[in-house]
Design a protein around this ligand. Structure first.
Ligand code: SF4
Length: 322
């Protein structure tokens, strides 16, 4: 089976049972993104390919840790040998840090408001980066919203000022104001990700009440002018109720602006618990659309230095997952 097919099928399940030798050092715990607040996740790798699966004792997929990271994945009667990757923070090779673990907004697909984590101090964040400095090649920053979008942007900017001396590429994904791209560019940030989340404005207003879809497009456009091609990203969730045609329109609109879409299979939590995950067939169909749209716009995800397109754990990424 080709890796791309296997990964699509694993992402359609999204979870694995972890058995065998103790694997504590390989478990990633996250305050944001898919699996936030759960019992953790593991990154299973085969050569240069990887997939992130949430740990669930009830999953049909088993990952047996044999020791020192070597692992066998059992799925649909097959045994696939590979290894577990040790996370930096949140994902392998990066210090991907959530600055504020709570949020004033209530996007239906997101568990961050329910987790209601605290805001990290600058000192805490610097200590986290220092603790993994020798095994990460990038710093990525995301955040909920503690009080207002403007206040969050100001605090994150302060955090970034303290992180630039580490001399690592910094990626930032926060909910933006109209001036966020200019501000982040001035701070020396390398890449930005502003998440559309929904493929259509109608779905966005149902999913993210109180947030502004038009502003996100405006900010993405401005970001490409400032950061350049292959440096601007946007998550779009697959499985919120959009059609393939709507998703294709959104993907092409993003790539024609110079933005690399991150097509994230729905992880049904929070207000969407019980919604089905997208099937492997649909993920593969969307992957083909994604691949063609990126090629037509001469965009190359493999050049990403930070955040999800560099990590490639949670999504099928053209150029990485062949
Ligand atoms: S793809 Fe993104 S959300 Fe998923 S583990 Fe990697 S960095 Fe985190």
């Amino acid at each position: 089976m080709q890796w791309k097919d296997l990964k699509a099928r694993l992402l359609a399940v999204g979870q694995a049972r972890l058995t065998g030798e103790p694997a504590e050092q390989y478990i990633a715990r996250s305050a944001a993104g898919p699996g936030a607040g759960g019992i953790g996740a593991v990154f299973f790798a085969m050569g240069s390919h990887r997939v992130k699966l949430a740990i669930s004792p009830l999953s049909s997929i088993e990952i047996a840790h044999r020791g020192n990271g070597t692992a066998d994945l059992f799925f649909e009667g097959q045994c696939i040998s590979g290894h577990l990757l040790e996370p930096g923070f949140h994902c392998p090779d990066q210090a991907f840090i959530t600055v504020t673990g709570s949020c004033i907004f209530r996007c239906r697909y997101c568990s961050v408001p329910r987790i209601g984590g605290k805001r990290k101090t600058i000192e805490e964040i610097m200590k986290m980066v220092e603790s993994v400095r020798d095994r990460v090649h990038a710093i990525s920053i995301t955040s909920g919203v503690l009080s207002t979008i403007e206040e969050e942007e100001t605090y994150v900017s302060e955090v970034i000022q303290h992180l630039t001396p580490y001399n690592l590429p910094i990626g930032v994904s926060i909910y933006p104001t109209v001036t966020t791209p200019d501000r982040l560019k001035d701070l020396g940030v390398a890449e930005v990700k502003f998440n559309l989340e929904a493929a259509t404005p109608e779905l966005f207003s149902q999913m993210c009440p109180g947030l502004d879809y038009g502003l996100l497009w405006q900010v993405l456009d401005r970001s490409v002018h400032l950061f350049g091609k292959n440096r601007v990203f946007s998550n779009v969730i697959v499985g919120l109720g959009e059609t393939d045609e709507e998703l294709e329109t959104c993907i092409k609109k993003l790539t024609s602006l110079g933005v690399i879409p991150v097509l994230r299979p729905l992880n049904p939590v929070a207000g969407l618990a019980g919604t089905p995950r997208p099937s492997a067939e649909r993920l593969k169909k969307i992957f083909a659309i994604h691949e063609r749209a990126l090629a037509a716009a001469a965009l190359e995800p493999r050049l990403a230095m930070t955040m999800c397109t560099n990590c490639a754990g949670c999504d099928l990424v053209p150029g990485r997952d062949a």
